[in-house]
Each structure stands twice: as C-alpha cells, then as structure tokens.
Design a protein around this ligand. Structure first.
Ligand code: HH2
Length: 279
C-alpha cells in the first residue's frame, strides 16, 4: 500500500534517536533498545516507524548530516530486517543526503519538516526514488519558532503554505499521489493556533492531499489538561487521533502506539457506519 494514498488511516510510531527530543529524548540512544522499541510499536499496531536523528523541539540545535547518519543508519538496517514486511520505515530529516542513505538502508518514505525548503535536492530525490514525502508547515526554524508566533488567519495561512510547497514538489516532477501534507502542530504556533488547526483538519483534507497529523504529547495539550509530564499525554493525544480520523486525516504520528491504535480503530468504525438506521 502506498502510505500516501492509504485505504484506511495509519499509525506512524515515533523512534527518536536523539539525546534531546522533548518527550522521549535519550531513551533510545542505544541501538539495541531502539530496535526493540520499533518491534514493540509494530506489535502494538504501528503501520510505519518514523526514525529521526535530529530533534526539532523548540530551541533545538541543528545536527550535521554525518551525525544523523551515525544515529539512524544502523537502526534502520536492523529494524528493516526484523520488522514484518507490512510495516514501512520513514526517515525524519530535512537533509537529502540523510534521506538518500536511509532509503538505501530500507526506508520507504521521507518525512521533511522543512517541506523541501532546507535542501534543494529533496524533491528530486523523492521523485527519482519514487517515494512519498511528508511536507510539514513550520513558521521560522526550531531555534526561534516559538518566539511569539502571529497569524492573521492560521488555518488559511497554513493551508496556502502547504499548497504552495505541494505545487513546488509537483513542479519538480513529483506525482500528486506521493505528497502528504501536515499542519505542523507546535511548530511556530501557540495554543490557540494549534487548537484552531485541529478544529479545521477537514479544510486540509479538502485539498485532496493525504493529511498527516503530529500532535503526540505536544506541549499545548499539557497546558489544556494541566499535565506537566509529556509521557502523561497519551489520553490527550488519543483525543486528537479520534478527531482526526473523523475529519479524514490518514496518518497519525504518535509515541503511544497501543492507545492511539485503539482510538483510531474505534473512530474509523464510527466513520464507516452506513446511514441505514440502527440494525
Ligand atoms: N513533530 C516532531 C517531529 N517530527 N514530523 C511531522 N511530519 N509532523 C510533526 O508534527 C512532527 C514531526 C516533534 O515531535 P517529537 O518527535 O516528539 O520531538 P523531537 O522533534 O524533539 O524529536
């Protein structure tokens, strides 16, 4: 199945190979531990494992391609050999060099939080290797993105940005079906911006592109629920997954796979009810 045009919603389990990710930093810096976590997420119902070697938390510093490769390549090779064939691997990077080597090692999807703006070679790589790419909205860069972000119309501006980046990918020769768009929850947005985007997911779905949602354990939900520990936000994340399924979102990037799989399956069953009454 092409993850860019799935026939049902998918769970993407997060595997952060970074010492400083904001909710699970440092947990999986050992390769064996990381591989075991990937297998556990697959057993809990992940359809894709998203492997990243660079944190994008607010204020995070850039990680050179060589260091990202040292972190991600051995793990991708190990998990590709061990994961069931139905489970895909995506590479979370804005570097075409890292993405290219990750594809060689067994990844089959590129997750680019810069939407192809960091590296001019990214669209050509995805086109030539015939793999789907996630294009995410971000205002600013991780180092400064949370410095009082402002929008006149957050939903409209995010949608226009994503359509422009999708058009750039298509101009570079990518097929429409290989493009996935993502509102970039938490990337240069305050709590109200994030909530407005979650309330308007259907307007992104209406663009006709497959939509990915990455709300998992994000800081604004901690403030909504008065929860301080990121790892206590599985329930909050499940609420966004259920809403997203009903709005037509097709990929959910999450830390807590088992809980979100349940939220997804129940919401999907509800979405698929016919209009034929109560029998
Ligand atoms: N969020 C994060 C990282 N990558 N990719 C997409 N497509 N969408 C997202 O919302 C997204 C993403 C940040 O979350 P996390 O992986 O928990 O933290 P970190 O970037 O610190 O590793």
């Amino acid at each position: 199945m092409n993850p860019a045009v799935p026939d049902r919603p998918l769970i993407m389990g997060i595997l952060n190979l970074t010492p400083d990710s904001f909710s699970d930093g440092g947990r999986f810096s050992d390769h064996g531990e990381a591989a075991a976590h990937a297998l556990r997420m697959a057993a809990e119902g992940a359809d894709i494992i998203d492997v990243g070697g660079e944190s994008t938390r607010p204020g995070a510093a850039r990680v050179p391609a060589g260091e990202q490769l040292k972190r991600v390549l051995p793990v991708i090779e190990t998990i590709r050999a061990a994961l069931p064939a139905r489970v895909g691997i995506s590479i979370d990077t804005t570097s075409a060099e890292v993405a290219g080597r990750a594809l060689q090692a067994g990844a089959s999807l590129i997750n680019d939080v810069s939407a192809g703006r960091d590296d001019p070679g990214m669209f050509a790589l995805a086109r030539d290797r015939k793999v789907p790419i996630v294009l995410m909205h971000m205002r600013g860069v991780p180092a400064n993105m949370q410095d009082a972000p402002r929008y006149a119309d957050v939903v409209g501006e995010v949608r226009e940005f994503l359509l422009a980046r999708a058009a750039a990918a298509i101009d570079a020769g990518m097929p429409k079906d290989d493009i996935i768009i993502d509102p970039g929850i938490g990337f240069g947005k305050n709590k109200e911006h994030n909530l407005r985007l979650l309330a308007a997911l259907d307007s992104l779905v209406a663009t006709g592109f497959t939509v990915l949602l990455g709300a998992s354990r994000k800081r604004f939900m901690g403030s909504v629920c008065s929860v301080e520990k990121f790892s206590d936000l599985a329930g909050a994340t499940c609420a966004t997954t259920a809403l997203g399924v009903l709005a037509g979102v097709r990929i959910f990037r999450v830390h807590d796979v088992r809980a979100n799989r349940q939220a997804l399956d129940v919401a999907w069953a509800i979405r698929n009810l016919g209009n034929s009454g109560s029998e």
